[in-house]
Every structure is written in C-alpha cells, then in structure tokens.
Design a protein around this ligand. Sequence first.
Ligand SMILES: NC(=O)c1ccc[n+]([C@@H]2O[C@H](COP(=O)([O-])OP(=O)(O)OC[C@H]3O[C@@H](n4cnc5c(N)ncnc54)[C@H](O)[C@@H]3O)[C@@H](O)[C@H]2O)c1
Length: 432
Amino acid sequence: MSDLYERLVKKEAKLAVIGLGYVGLPIALAFARKIKVVGFDINRKRVEMMRRSEDPSNELEASDFEGADILFTADTEDLKDVEFFIVAVPTPIDEQNIPDLRPLLSASRTVGIVLKKGDHVVFESTVYPGCTEEDCVPVLEEMSGLKYMTDFKVGYSPERINPGDKNHTLESVVKITSGCDPETAETVAKVYELVVKAGVHRASSIKVAEAAKVIENTQRDVNIALTNELSIIFNRMGINTYDVLEAAGTKWNFLKFQPGLVGGHCIGVDPYYLVHKAMEKGYHPQIIDAGRFVNDSMGGYVAKQTVKKIISAGTNPAKARVLIMGATFKENVTDIRNSKVADIVRELRSYSVHVDVTDPHADSHEVEHEYGYALAQDINGPYDAIIVAVNHRDYADRNEAWFKEHLKPEGLLVDLKGTYRKRINGLAYWSL
Ligand SMILES: NC(=O)c1ccc[n+]([C@@H]2O[C@H](COP(=O)([O-])OP(=O)(O)OC[C@H]3O[C@@H](n4cnc5c(N)ncnc54)[C@H](O)[C@@H]3O)[C@@H](O)[C@H]2O)c1
C-alpha cells in the first residue's frame, strides 16, 4: 500500500469528489468527517446550496453537513493540491439507449488537467466493464501528459446507495473496491474502509468491479420484467398477480419481485450499458434486451388497459377524466428523472383523455420542464379513473370511501402496486 492512505488520515493529503449528486454528496460528507475533502461540481447553483448546508437532491439534512472538513467548489484551481480523486458524475443513455459518456469524459478531463505523479483516481459512476481503463484512462493520460500505472493509479468502486432508503446507506452496505494493481487495490480498499462501516469487498480487477455493479441492476431489471410479463398473462386469465405472488412466495426459494413501472436513472438505464458492450463484443443479448422492452412498455400497457375499461363502462375516452397519483420514478423520493408515469400520461392523452397528475413530493416546475405538464394543485373530481402509480407512503391510508369521493359512480381504481387490493369491495378495481 502506498503512503497516500496514511497522509490522507493525517490530513496531509486531500481527497476530492467530482460530481456532488445523489451519490457524490453523501460520499464527500462521509469522508469529510474523517479527512480533508474538496467537493467539486460544475453546477455553481448546486455548489452555492451545499455551501449553505442544503442538499440539492433533497436526501440529506442540514445536520449531515455538521463537522465536515469540506470545501465546496466549482473552481478547478481548488483541485490542484488533491491527491485522491473520486468521480461520481452521471452516466445516462441517449435517445437510442446508447451510453452517453459525455459527463464522465468531461470529469476525466477536469481531473486530467490537475493530475500529478502519484495521484489516485477512483471512478464510482456505473459503467460497462472496461469503461474505466479503455475510455477514461486515455483522457487522463492525454490531459496530464502522465503515464497510467507508472505515474498515476486508477481504481473503481461502484455505489450501492438507494435514494429514499434510510437503512441501506453508504456506511451500512458492503462496498466493492478495486485497483489497477495489488498495491492500488489495497490503498483504495483502506480509504473506503474509513467510511464504510460494513466493510469492503476487494474485487480481483477493475473490470470485475464494473461488471458486478452493472449486473446487480440488470438482474433486478430482468426479474421485474418477468413479473411484469406474468402480470400481463394473468390479466388475460382474470387472476390477480399479487394473489399469485403471495401464494408462490410461500416457497423457500421463490424470488419476491413485484410488477410495476421501472424508471429512474439506474435499473432502467444500466442494462443498456451492458447491452452496448456485449454488442461491441459481437453478442446480441436476448434476455436483457427483452427485459428492457417489457419494462419500457409497461406505462403504455397500463394506459391502454385503463382506456379499455373506461370504454367498457360506457364512456367516450375523449370525454373521460383520469387522475394519476404519483409522478416520481419511485416511492417516497422527489426524483422525477426517467419516470415512467410520463408514458402513462402520454398514452392516455393519445386517446384524448383529460389527465390530472398529483404528487406530494415532486416539484411541478421540474415536471413541466421535463415532461411538458404541470402537476394539478387540487384534486378536481369526479374522475372516470384514478391510477395510483407510485406507492408513496402518503397514499397508504387512503380508503375506499376516499376513492369513491373522487370517482364517478362507475369509476375505476387502478392500483399498480396492489396496495389497496384487500381493502376495496364496492369499486371497479384493477391492479397489475
Ligand atoms: N442515484 C443513485 O441511486 C445511484 C446509485 C448507484 C449508482 N449510481 C450511479 O452514480 C453515478 C452518479 O449518479 P447520481 O445519481 O449521483 O447523479 P446526479 O445527477 O444526482 O448527480 C451528478 C452530479 O454531477 C455533476 N456533474 C455533471 N457533470 C459533471 C462534470 N463533468 N464535472 C463535475 N460535476 C459534474 C452534476 O452537476 C450533479 O451535481 C451514475 O453513474 C449513477 O448511475 C447512482
């Protein structure tokens, strides 16, 4: 192990986190309670907020910033005396579902400009196996004029935090670490052990660590897709999927996945990174691609089923009004990125249905900016259908009387996550 770890602990060397979003900020603050940290982000507005102890992603409290030895900055000058870099910038996909490496390569350029001999760079962004060494390292070399392995070292340590989840935190979940050679791997592991109480798993190489992360989310995606497909089949048979899952779930080795919308910037995105690399290697993944197709189709499917039922109830869709409860990509978060609720809205509107969307957590301006519709401030029934699309805890105590109050007499409750399944007796009801 190099002496960098010792010098970080003695506060003789600094660590920087590049990209302070859902992933980067908690890491930066965790390290800043132990060692000297520079928190760098290109978004000056976000940097200003963090200087005021506000988390722009709405996950952390002001108290989480207390006692942190951290400089929040958007100025690369402040990175010049940093020796250990962690890169946690977004890795999205483009319109064709191809990895968009622009933020990652841009962050690599930022680090490359200030890189010195002996420095370590650890990437945390979710990527395909090979991305760190094949795509990012050449940028570091080009910008710095230094040589990989001889002059500077690289590692990869994927992130497992789960927004909105206070139990599975950076500190409490084992973290995978890796390095370009055994000495670096040990330095990276020791550095993360400073903040991850649950400990680290030392992966055998950077590629193994990259692959491990991308399959964690691919496995979830494919399993949810199977459950969604089962839900489509069971709907045609007139049986409730959640009843079936409850029964099958009594077997010791039955995996407990639920049907639903798969949005957000991880599960619905990361499998495309693996698909991209597999295709580059001459293999077209069948199962992963099929899973993506099924999950990406669920918003449209839910909307079509709702319209069919509205027509069956004798209403012309062009005269129908539907309320959607929930606009975020999952329950109890404010994040609306890649929310599949937008697919439901788009499909309903294609049948000329009037749609109101509410959400106690989402920001109406953000939703309008991203999807072109603002959130309804009031519930303005009676509706032909109410779709509870997101399982926010705020909705848990709604009862049949509440839905009846906002629905027409023949109105339909669409309960995507089966939350109210055993509580509804006198309403038209449908769930996945
Ligand atoms: N959010 C999660 O739950 C989660 C979980 C595991 C892994 N990941 C992965 O972690 C990575 C980061 O995701 P996130 O959710 O934190 O993203 P985010 O969008 O919340 O935050 C990214 C931050 O990086 C900044 N940024 C963008 N380009 C930059 C650049 N060139 N230089 C410096 N800063 C830059 C942005 O301004 C923003 O503040 C992604 O690869 C993601 O797939 C996310």
